[in-house]
Write a protein of this length. Structure first.
Length: 414
């Protein structure tokens, strides 16, 4: 008679058998398996794409930061120190020699003062003509025109002679010139500003700074003061200082501009330096990363729930199979390992496919925008492992439930 105290012969489940069984379980229902892995695909793909696009965009911000903007300093007038008669704009705070004072600052290439001419004067092609609404008329000193860096189609820019003698001359933007019928300057054509003739000395098609002047016309600042009075006091109607600096000098110039203009009252101006490209890049990177990582986390959560739900349904559908395996000697750990392996394989496959899609997305966006794609190896190489972890965690509960299945009840229910 056999001794009942002898240990029951153990059963083994090799890694090869475990992989085969898991793969068989996945391939039995390929459609369901694909849909189950889809959440992980989307989550991991979104994660890789977010990290890649963020790194790529950060590089572009660093490489393509607008050089013009990085060398532009603006000075806003805050009039009100002196008051004029009622109904008349107060004098602007900029001194008459503002161009020269700003030009003396080390690092300044060109600088001057400009503003929108008050009163909305009518610019027309005939003395009695009306243009409603007509081109906007701006006043500018020669230094401001130089800082704007207009691209001349024909003629010359406003110069010191026109400023000092308050000449009735005008520069026209290309759009304003076409509207007024001016295309050539060899006959010294004139346009009319509130009925007074102004000789057209130049036509420009573009400006590096202050693009608002592209659709208007520019007259000398001294002429504007004599004909239309002081600038306004609100918003873009007030006088503005425009400074073009050398690369890297903008911050220092901004610190010195107000004192150079009015050593007695530097608080009469608000100086705005260009934004720091590194700060801009950090802000954009932070915003992009925070937004898209949240979306990636949601996709990963959906993927985990999908794997857990599908694995649990598979356990319920395969109750008879589980009971038969237990009756043939399979241990609880073997049953748990089988279903846990299936969920982990699904997560890993989802991670691999998602990583590939994420990389392809980054490459496609970079190619479409002519950018240099930047991928982080640490994120790209570890992304499939994230899918594996998601699958492993999602399969814990279903695998434990499968392992606790009573073989007798399972066989009876089958």
């Amino acid at each position: 008679m056999a001794d009942s105290t002898l240990p029951e012969p153990g059963s083994r489940l090799s890694a090869r058998d475990l992989g085969t069984e898991a793969l068989s379980g996945i391939l039995q229902r390929p459609g369901r398996s694909v849909l189950t892995a889809l959440g992980t695909v989307l989550g991991v793909g979104a994660l890789v794409a977010v990290l890649g696009l963020t790194a790529t965009a950060s590089g572009q911000i660093g490489e393509q930061f607008d050089l013009t903007r990085a060398t532009t300093v603006t000075v806003a007038d805050r009039p009100g120190t002196d008051t004029g008669p009622p109904g008349v704009n107060p004098p602007m705070s900029f001194p008459a020699d503002a161009d020269e004072r700003l030009r003396r600052i080390d690092g300044v290439e060109a600088a001057g003062v400009w503003w929108t001419v008050p009163g909305n004067p009518v610019l027309s092609s005939r003395p009695t003509g009306t243009e409603t609404p007509g081109p906007t008329v701006f006043a500018a000193t020669p230094g401001a025109v130089a800082a704007m860096a207009p691209t001349l189609l024909t003629g010359v820019p406003l110069d010191a002679f026109a400023e000092h003698t308050a000449q009735p001359v005008v520069m026209l933007g290309q759009a304003a010139a076409e509207r007024l019928g001016v295309s050539r300057l060899d006959a010294q054509p004139a346009v009319f500003l509130n009925g007074l003739p102004y000789t057209v000395i130049g036509i420009y098609s573009d400006v590096r700074r202050q693009s608002a002047t592209l659709l208007g016309a520019i007259i000398p600042a001294s002429t504007a003061l004599a004909q239309f009075g002081n600038p306004g006091t609100e918003g873009d109607r007030s006088a503005q200082g425009l400074i073009a600096t050398r690369v890297g000098a903008a911050a220092v110039v901004a610190e010195q501009a107000a004192v150079a203009l009015r050593p007695d009252t530097p608080t009469a101006f608000t100086v705005t330096p260009p934004p720091d490209p590194h700060s801009l890049r950090d802000e954009v990177t932070s915003d992009l990363t925070g937004l898209f990582l949240a979306l990636a986390a949601i996709c990963l959560l959906v993927g985990a729930v999908g794997i857990a739900n599908t694995t649990l349904v598979a356990v319920l559908e395969r109750t008879e199979e589980i009971g038969l395996r237990r009756a043939l000697g399979a241990r609880t750990r073997h049953i748990a390992a089988q279903f846990l392996t299936e969920s982990t394989v699904l997560g890993t496959l989802g991670g691999l496919v998602g990583t590939s899609l994420g990389v392809l997305t980054v490459l496609a966006v970079a190619a479409a925008r002519d950018w240099t794609a930047v991928m982080q190896p640490a994120a790209t190489l570890t992304a499939p492992l994230i899918g594996s972890v998601i699958g492993l965690l999602a399969g814990l509960y279903p695998s434990l439930r499968a392992a606790r299945t009573d073989p007798l009840k399972a066989l009876r229910s089958g």
